[in-house]
Design a binder for this molecule. Structure first.
Ligand code: HEM
Length: 194
């Protein structure tokens, strides 16, 4: 027979409080992908963005990841993410690296994974703002300058509603975020950055 002592009771109620916090989903997804982010952050920070070659690799990594995830975008993210993709393609073209726009095909996914994918793609813009300062003004910057119409805090609010304090739903979102980080990590590897 198991006895529930005061300490375990206390931790149970604490974790319950955790679930009730309005940003529980975001915090859990961030925690579950912290090491993925660190790995990417470190690798991408080694790119010499003041140099057309390094900057081209940076853009190519984003292009490759965005393209490989394109089939799993949420319909709601389609306009914003297509715009991002067009911008990165334009910038690569301007740098002399022509790439193709992927064939449009959205795979309807019956899970919340696309929310996790949206979280990572939208979150990658935050680091982009930091990195953008290191890119010379003369370089094509439409991708880094592209601002999604839905502000980040508003997206996070929707993400937390989608998670709904439901462990299964939050798990699906984490799975999607892991898939998206893996796409960025694979893209970085392909470009020789990892
Ligand atoms: C391209 C790969 C990258 C991806 C996919 C990515 C993804 C993300 C995500 C999902 C978040 C949101 C975390 C949260 O919930 O708060 C985030 C935040 C952030 N990332 Fe990255 N990131 C990438 C690269 C970088 C790089 C290279 C840097 C280094 C400058 C960086 C710096 C940041 C910073 C400073 C934040 C926090 C911004 C804030 O809270 O205002 N990221 N990133």
């Amino acid at each position: 027979m198991t006895h529930h002592h005061a300490p375990s009771k206390e931790s149970a109620s604490l974790s319950q409080l955790d679930c009730l916090a309005s940003d529980a989903t975001r915090r859990l997804v961030r925690e579950a992908t912290r090491t993925d982010h660190q790995r990417l952050d470190r690798a991408m920070s080694t790119l010499e963005l003041g140099d057309p070659v390094g900057y081209g690799m940076f853009l190519k990594i984003h292009y490759t990841a965005l393209t490989s995830l394109a089939r799993r975008w949420r319909a709601e993210d389609q306009p914003a993410f297509s715009a991002l993709l067009s911008c990165v393609i334009d910038d690569l073209q301007a740098l002399g690296h022509p790439v193709r726009y992927p064939a449009a095909s959205i795979k309807r996914v019956d899970s919340l994974r696309p929310w996790g994918i949206a979280y990572v793609i939208r979150g990658s813009r935050l680091g982009g703002q930091v990195l953008g300062r290191r890119v010379p003004g003369a370089f094509p910057k439409s991708y880094l300058d592209c601002v999604p119409t839905l502000p980040w805090p508003d997206f996070l609010k929707q993400l937390d509603e989608a998670g709904g304090s439901n462990p299964d739903q939050i798990e699906q979102i984490i799975r999607g975020a892991k898939i998206a980080f893996a796409a960025f990590i694979a893209a970085a590897g392909k470009c020789g950055v990892l």
